[in-house]
Design a protein around this ligand. Structure first.
Ligand code: SAM
Length: 227
């Protein structure tokens, strides 16, 4: 009886701290996107562009889509774009960019686990600098993979764990400051062990993306086919 009480209390505390983290993150992103300028620019990320340019347009899901630069680019190529983000300000900016190019995307506001999408519907799922809170990465990668068709592509670009030392050397550069939110090759090999991995590499690249992604950066680039 006492043991059950402690288990329930522990679960309640865990849920409470998860909800607090979500609230803080949402406020952070709403504030960042509240500016009239685009935080990561209006152009698509170059790895995303490179991979999408070589594919036949279909249905794509973009989690953590922010201000819409990647989704609007895909829509301009003829993709049916479904996107989401926890930030309402991100959606507002994405709608503005969609108007500019006269395209439409379906953009939902919410945290990943608050939303549901059709299973095995998408030809591509892409995470571009969508770094999840510590402890959630593997679970979220697996969940997102369930929305992907067999043969569909999972495309990722994110900062590597080495980005932390690059930030401290230059005192600038993007990405989370928590090492558990940054990517490693081994983690992606683990999360996508049952995929046909077409590309998985760590690279030092020069980023020139809006206000917050600038300069030499250590990133991980991934493209895997669901088997
Ligand atoms: C660095 S921004 C990148 C935005 C966009 N992908 C781009 O490349 O311009 C990361 C985004 O991921 C979103 N995000 C992170 N975790 C999320 C989650 N669990 N559910 C919904 N959005 C999330 C944040 O709100 C933020 O807009």
């Amino acid at each position: 009886m006492l043991k059950n009480f402690h288990i329930k209390r522990y679960a309640g505390l865990k849920l409470f701290s998860f909800l607090m983290v979500l609230k803080i993150m949402k406020e952070f992103w709403d504030q960042r996107y509240g500016n009239t300028k685009y935080a990561y620019g209006e152009e698509p990320n170059s790895w995303f562009k490179y991979r999408i340019d070589g594919m036949k347009p279909g249905k794509i899901l973009l989690p953590g889509e922010g201000e819409g630069r990647n989704g609007i680019y895909a829509a301009r190529l003829g993709w049916e774009v479904h996107a989401f983000d926890q930030s309402i300000e991100g959606k507002r900016k994405a709608e503005k960019l969609a108007q500019k190019y006269n395209v439409e995307i379906d953009y939902k506001v919410g945290e990943l686990t608050e939303l549901a999408f059709d299973l095995e519907l998408y030809d591509a799922v892409s995470l571009v600098f969508t770094h999840f809170a510590p402890g959630l990465r593997e679970k979220y990668h697996r969940l997102l993979g369930t929305y992907l068709k067999r043969g569909g592509r999972f495309i990722i670009e994110g900062f590597s764990k080495e980005q932390l030392s690059m930030i401290s050397e230059s005192d600038s550069g993007g990405g989370p400051k928590n090492i558990d939110m940054l990517y490693s090759i081994e983690e992606l090999q683990h999360d996508f062990a049952d995929y046909d991995i077409k590309e998985l590499r760590k690279e030092i690249v020069h980023l020139d993306e809006g206000i917050f992604h600038n300069g030499m950066s250590s990133v991980i680039r991934f493209d895997g086919r669901k088997s």
